[in-house]
Design a protein around this ligand. Structure first.
Ligand code: NAD
Ligand code: UDP
Length: 347
């Protein structure tokens, strides 16, 4: 089928575009490149040995969307395009609601007009809020959110649920991601954060490669085994494959939510230890006070996705870390540089 992937040049979108091409689907990417590089898509095509269509445009641009749906016979949409930095969302809430919420509304209006009613949406474990017991299950209600980014995900989930209620032609899958990490095993695609990384793994990887001197670990006084926060890290290729599985579920009308995680929680210090072991480099770290808004520990109950989507995270922690490290070593400055390490015996 022909799939529109909004935000398809970004971290998760580019890996998903590759999985879609490899599964035999045709891919149209719409991305305004505000947090991505066209180089990622060039590499996707190279790895897949197939081409995709790329439209540089904004999900908030209705005319652009109408033209896209006129030119392409789109069967389903996977909607990644969004702003995603929690701290920035506190400083710039209007930008976040404009892109994440209003942008999704514009996309849905264009879909409706074009007669496309199948949508997979990138949601987040953050919608469960601080009071949900672990492991998180889809039957739990959405909780309080603590920043505009999280609120925007919750608002879009609600909007889409209201939409399917109002019009029985829609089929929507809400995928609640836990903590995606890792990179394509070739080391050619990966996460390329601009500026100082907010997320743990890209930060650790930049310390290992020498771009940053020390990791700051936010909080060592949580009620967890080693005092640091616990998260459910999953491989981005597993996550990408979850989207391919979700497409098959779009025959069921209505809105359904699925957790995409491994079901296993790991602490910050366990991640540091794994990275040191795999990279054979020290990761100097220092403890600092807790980061505002962080929860002590959460992980997924992924059994619904296994039962209904036939999807399960398959890749191990060591694969996640080894693939992150390979990407970081080969591309120390992201898509701007690539070092061909194959002749040096890199794995
Ligand atoms: P990313 O920033 O790498 O990808 C988002 C893409 O959307 C980028 O390529 C960006 O250029 C594009 N984009 C942003 N605004 C746009 C607009 N107005 N029009 C068109 N394109 C636009 O982020 P990611 O990590 O790949 O995340 C993808 C999705 O998954 C996002 O919706 C994010 O909120 C969600 N998510 C991510 C995580 C995570 O840890 N990475 C966790 C949960 C949910
Ligand atoms: N973290 C950290 N130092 C960093 C970045 C993150 O100690 O430089 C911790 C953070 O406090 C959280 C965990 O690592 O406990 C995962 O953070 P990340 O931002 O990657 O994911 P999220 O907060 O979305 O779960």
């Amino acid at each position: 089928m022909k799939v529109l992937v909004t935000g398809g040049a970004g971290y998760i979108g580019s890996h998903t575009a590759l999985s879609l091409l490899e599964a035999g689907h045709d891919v149209v990417v719409l991305d305004n490149l505000c947090n991505a590089s066209k180089e990622a898509l060039r590499r996707v095509e190279e790895i897949a040995g197939r081409t995709l269509s790329f439209i540089e445009g904004d999900i908030r641009d209705r005319a652009c969307l109408d033209q896209l749906f006129k030119e392409h016979d789109i069967h389903a949409v996977i909607h990644f395009a969004s702003l995603k930095a929690v701290g920035e969302s506190v400083a710039q809430p209007l930008a976040y609601y404009d892109t994440n919420v209003a942008g999704t509304v514009t996309l849905c209006k264009a879909m409706q007009q074009a007669g496309v009613f199948r949508l997979v949406f990138s949601s987040s474990a953050t919608v469960y809020g601080p009071d949900a017991p672990v492991p998180y299950q889809e039957s739990m209600p959405r909780g309080r959110t603590s920043n505009p980014y999280g609120t925007s995900k919750s608002m879009v989930e609600q909007t889409l649920e209201d939409l399917v209620q109002s019009d029985g032609r829609w089929s929507v899958v809400l995928l609640r991601y836990f903590n995606p990490i890792g990179a394509h095993p070739t080391g050619r695609l990966g996460e390329d954060p601009q500026g100082i990384p907010n997320n743990l793994l890209p930060y650790i990887a930049q310390v290992a490669v020498g771009r940053r001197s020390t990791l700051t670990v936010f909080g060592n006084d949580y009620a967890t085994a080693d005092g640091t926060c616990v998260r459910d890290y999953l491989h981005v290729m597993d996550l990408a494959e979850g989207h391919v599985s979700a497409l098959d579920r779009l025959t069921v009308l209505g809105a359904q939510a699925y957790n995409l995680g491994t079901g296993q929680g790991l602490s910050v210090l366990q991640m540091v230890e794994a990275f040191e072991r795999i990279s054979e480099r020290p990761i100097p770290y220092q403890f600092a006070p807790r980061r505002e808004g962080d929860l002590a520990a959460f992980w997924a109950d992924p059994s619904k996705a296994e039962k209904e989507l036939g999807w399960k995270a398959r890749r191990s922690l060591d694969e996640m870390v080894a693939d992150t490290w390979r990407w970081q070593r080969r591309n120390p400055h992201g898509y701007r540089t690539e070092i061909n390490t194959t002749s040096q015996g890199a794995s």
